[in-house]
Design a protein around this ligand. Structure first.
Ligand code: JHZ
Ligand code: ZN
Length: 399
């Protein structure tokens, strides 16, 4: 295969086997037509990107029945409020700025700008989540972002001061197009700011569940620098984030337009130290995934043998990788509870574990809850004091 960024020849370093669409929660009648592809990840030794070998057609993943609504987490709402305030304080003028967000979902970030009257536009391909944003007064267009669309925005609204994204950039296969479109859309001193799950955290925690169809890339500073250099951008700041199990916020601008923070050099130095630029790191990661899988399966089997009531907590996209890679089905996990209505009373992709509303978790009195939403551990543990105090245990594949 060829690297999506630099066209170098690359080979997968790990395969998780046949995978369904991560957010493709489905009804029993649709089991027979379920779509599967091979989930394998490769590393490019030239531009240091970690990327999927094949990604399903985006239209299979992002559509009018998209199952992930950003506002399902309270702590994420707070995070996005802080993200907006930080952008405003550092890069915008309150009375005369234009902000565009790529993949704005239900408006969780942009509503913070719309509330205080800042000119904004969300570009979101999934019509159902976009509908929620529009209802809340967030200007949103249902579209995939590309250079043609960027030109349309400029014609109608002028150039933007900031393009923002959160947990979106790593979903887009053709980043050279995004670079080109961002160049078209931004003012000369405009900034491109995005955050995504961070490769350094994924390698360290062996959180291989960050790898699924939607995440075509798992970024590092090294790779982001190379990817956007192609379109004339440079990295000017990096800010590690706690969200989604460890993320990084990347700040870029057109080359030479702004001062570069020393965070950039420091974090890139650290990435070299931990070997994010070396193939051997990813070979070790594959071995770590295999032992994580063994350990996780045997823990679940043991609970079952001991007659424990085991459920899952949070039918995350990430859980699709864990369940299908480890081949964990309803024989080991009775059901998964989730607060998202569109996922409830359906089955998980591939392994077909029932997904139930949250109150079923409370009624069932499980002894073990597999925390598939482990990235929201703090929020969930503080909500589930009764479960924990009465002897319930949260487990996860992340140790
Ligand atoms: P959560 C999604 O990943 C998909 P997922 C996407 N590809 C991405 O990159 C990240 O988000 C940002 C439920 N829940 O946030 C709600 C409860 O039931 O880990 C969600 O279905 N009770 C865009 O899906 C799921 O768990 C709760 O108390 O891996 C959490 O999904 C809480 C807090 C959540 O993202
Ligand atoms: Zn490459």
């Amino acid at each position: 295969m060829k690297c999506r960024v630099c066209n170098n020849s690359i080979n997968p370093f790990v395969s998780f086997g046949k995978m369904p669409i991560a957010n493709g929660f489905l009804l029993e009648k649709d089991f027979k037509d379920e779509y599967f592809f091979e989930l394998a990840t490769a590393f490019c030794e030239k531009c240091f990107t970690v990327q999927l070998e094949t990604q399903p057609d985006p239209k299979l993943m992002f559509h009018e029945n998209y199952a992930f609504f950003s506002k399902t987490s309270k702590s994420m709402q707070l995070h996005f409020q802080e993200y907006a305030e930080w952008v405003l304080a550092h890069y915008l003028k309150k009375d005369n700025s234009f902000v565009v967000e790529l993949g704005s979902n239900d408006g969780i970030l942009l509503e913070n700008f719309s509330k205080i009257g800042i000119k904004h536009l969300g570009v979101e391909p999934s019509a159902n989540v976009a509908g929620v944003a529009i209802k809340n007064g967030v200007n949103t267009e249902v579209a995939f972002f590309d250079d043609e669309f960027a030109n349309k925005i400029v014609k109608k609204n002028g150039n933007a001061d900031a393009i923002l994204a959160a947990n979106v950039m790593c979903h887009i296969p053709n980043l050279n197009e995004i670079g080109k479109a961002s160049k078209t859309l931004l003012k000369e001193d405009g900034v491109l700011i995005f955050e995504d799950p961070y490769l350094g955290d994924m390698v360290r925690k062996v959180s291989y569940d960050q790898i699924y169809d939607e995440h075509v890339f798992i970024f590092s500073a090294l790779s982001v620098q190379n990817i956007f250099e192609n379109s004339g951008f440079e990295l000017i700041d990096l800010l590690p984030q706690e969200t989604h199990g460890g993320s990084m916020r990347y700040v870029l601008c057109k080359k030479g337009m702004r001062k570069i923070s020393e965070n950039v050099m420091n974090i890139i130095e650290n990435e070299k130290k931990i070997g994010l630029d070396k193939k051997s790191t990813y070979e070790q990661f594959r071995a770590n995934c295999e032992s994580s899988k063994e350990k996780f399966i045997s823990a679940l089997k043991k609970y079952k043998q001991d007659g424990k009531k085991v459920v899952g907590y949070g039918a995350t996209s990430k859980s699709t990788t864990i369940l299908n890679y480890c081949k964990i089905g309803p024989d080991l996990i009775d059901f998964i509870s989730d607060t998202t209505p569109i996922k409830q009373n359906k089955f998980t992709p591939g392994m077909h574990i029932p997904v139930k509303p949250y109150d079923e978790f409370e009624k069932y009195n499980p002894e073990i809850a597999v925390l598939f939403a482990w990235n929201h551990r703090k929020e969930i543990e503080s909500k589930e004091k009764i479960f924990i105090e009465s002897g319930g245990k949260f487990i996860s594949h992340i140790t």
